[in-house]
Write a protein that binds this ligand. Structure first.
Ligand SMILES: [Zn+2]
Ligand SMILES: [Zn+2]
Length: 307
């Protein structure tokens, strides 16, 4: 992905306007993430966990590269969603085609040799699930209904659903999407953001985009505004002492929630999923300070993170 860095004070090229929605770069999204996981793993206390996630991200990219466009909503449906400011690929309304399950089985086959015993056992449980149970598993994960769910297997299902929704979002045209009523949800699929990014390059220099936890689309939201309740009062930034300056928690005093904000101006390599998982110490700090995280990371293996 080529990025032009504009020096401060230099006016972007005439006519350049930052898009309200940036969809994932299909050919690179998970590959770049895999590289970032591997970099973050070096010398990290959770090195094994981060390296495995790197292998999983590599497998996500290979699966994405191997699969074509999924079954898309009809033109009438897309038009209707646009007219009403609704996401055309909403997790509640879209009927998933079976190719997401093929993607899951492909992921499992690719990372099995890299997995530890606990993860391999979770993979075997998943592989043995009947189709209807796997669909119900996916529904519950997408609804954020985790009670009683097989949490060791959940990130693998989450990874497969991410591949599927990136395939969906990148198969539509930019004109199929509209700026929705709710600025706090993804304009493409209606999911919560998992983090936000201060971007670099061209008209996007210094702008903040929320990053969808599912389809990896990003949408513009002004800075110093709560990404959960849209309040602009009482926003504060927290970091771990001696930690990465590019990763902060943006916390809101109004709704007592937080979401991490990654600043590419401080480090252009930051990734909203990998850097999130490499900074779980910040989540512990925020929990102790009494803030609740407002968006998920679909790749979190709770058992491994505790270890
Ligand atoms: Zn999305
Ligand atoms: Zn808030």
């Amino acid at each position: 992905m080529a990025t032009t860095i504009i020096e401060p004070g230099v006016i972007p090229p005439h006519g350049a306007e930052a898009p309200f929605l940036r969809r994932a770069e299909r050919a690179a999204v998970f590959g770049l993430r895999a590289r970032r996981f591997m970099t973050l793993a070096q010398g990290h206390v959770m090195a094994d966990f981060l390296r495995f996630m790197g292998h999983l991200a590599e497998a996500q990219q290979r699966t994405l590269d191997a699969q074509g466009a999924p079954v898309l909503p009809g033109a009438g449906q897309i038009k209707l969603c646009k007219a009403h400011g609704m996401p055309p690929l909403g997790t509640q309304t879209l009927r998933r085609d079976p190719s997401w399950r093929e993607g899951l089985h492909s992921l499992l086959a690719q990372v099995e040799s890299q997995a530890n015993d606990a993860t391999r056992a979770a993979m075997q449980r998943l592989a043995a699930l009947p189709e209807a149970d796997l669909e119900a598993f996916a529904d519950r994960l997408l609804d954020g209904d985790y009670a009683g769910l097989d949490l060791a297997a959940a990130p693998l299902v989450g990874a497969a659903l991410q591949v599927y929704w990136v395939r969906l979002a990148t198969a539509l045209e930019q004109a199929d999407f509209s700026r929705p009523e709710a600025h706090t949800l993804c304009p493409a699929c209606g999911s919560l953001p998992g983090a936000s990014m201060v971007r670099i390059g061209g008209a996007e220099q210094g702008l903040r985009y929320l990053h969808c936890s599912l389809c990896a689309s990003e949408w513009n939201m002004v800075r110093v505004k709560c990404s959960h309740c849209e309040s602009t009062k009482g926003i504060a930034y927290f970091g771990v002492e001696g930690g990465d300056e590019a990763v902060k928690a943006e916390a809101c005093d109004e709704c007592r929630s937080y979401l991490k904000i990654l600043n590419m101006e401080k480090n252009p390599a930051v990734d909203p999923v990998a850097d999130d998982l490499a900074t779980l110490a910040l989540d512990i700090l925020m929990d102790e300070a009494g803030f609740l995280r407002s968006g998920p990371n679909l790749l979190l293996f709770p058992g491994d993170a505790d270890a």
